[in-house]
Design a protein around this ligand. Structure first.
Ligand code: SIN
Ligand code: FE2
Length: 217
């Protein structure tokens, strides 16, 4: 039997896995853009280095963070919020690279959200053991726009729960290049990341990077 072009993995485009209404994993969606994304990321973190922020309750987050775009998500003893200026440098956050913008827009459109224009990109860096507890993304002014969440580097187990913290989350393994989009009826679903397992990714070494795009302002 000959193998037709459409039998080849990826020939039909990246595969999708529904997580719920208006919530989907686009497998490998960012892979072919990795060089552009990582080159742009290197430039962003020169201007706005990764740092471990502190929660309002006084805990140091295990995930190191920075931002790019007009607004950046920050937390300190005063609370969670979006800010136009990086509190560490006193300067505006670095601009959102075109490659970031385009990826977010294209992934959102694939998931049924045409015309997504993010104004905030939170950049999360996980080292082994780092985790993100279950939370809702709800510091944004409106919940009309979706969340677009890009995974790069080491694999992680993403938890995708319901609208109540106590709803049992689905466990979804995310690998390099996977993009999760959730919005609409799923916009306020709880989500988090299990502690990262140690490993070595050929391009990102011992880390996982997550880019979370939002319309915040
Ligand atoms: C987040 O919810 O901010 C991060 C999600 C992830 O790292 O996949
Ligand atoms: Fe989140």
């Amino acid at each position: 039997m000959t193998m037709e072009l459409f039998d080849l993995p990826g020939a039909a485009g990246p595969s999708r896995e529904a997580l719920g209404p208006a919530a989907v994993v686009l497998r490998g969606f960012a892979v072919e853009r990795e060089e552009a994304l990582l080159t742009a990321l290197e430039r962003v973190v020169v201007d706005a280095p990764f740092r471990h922020m502190v929660t309002p309750g006084g805990f140091r987050m295990s995930v190191a963070m920075t931002n790019c775009g007009p607004l950046g998500w920050v937390t300190d003893r005063r609370g969670y919020r979006y800010a136009p200026v990086d509190p560490e440098t006193g300067r505006p956050w670095p601009g959102m690279p075109d490659s970031f913008h385009q990826l977010a827009r294209d992934a959102a459109a694939q998931a049924g959200f045409e015309g997504f224009v993010p104004d905030a990109c939170l950049i999360n860096r996980y080292e082994p053991g780092a985790k993100m507890s279950l939370h809702q993304d709800k510091d944004e002014r409106s919940f009309d726009a979706p969340i677009v969440s890009v995974s790069l580097g080491l694999p992680a187990v993403f938890l995708f729960g319901g609208e109540n913290r106590s709803d049992k989350p689905q466990r979804v393994r995310l690998t390099h290049g996977d993009v999760v989009v959730w919005g609409g009826a799923s916009r306020l679903r709880y989500h988090g990341v299990m502690p990262l397992k140690a490993g070595l990714h050929p391009r990102l070494g011992g880390h996982r990077i997550n880019l979370t795009f939002r319309r915040a302002g």
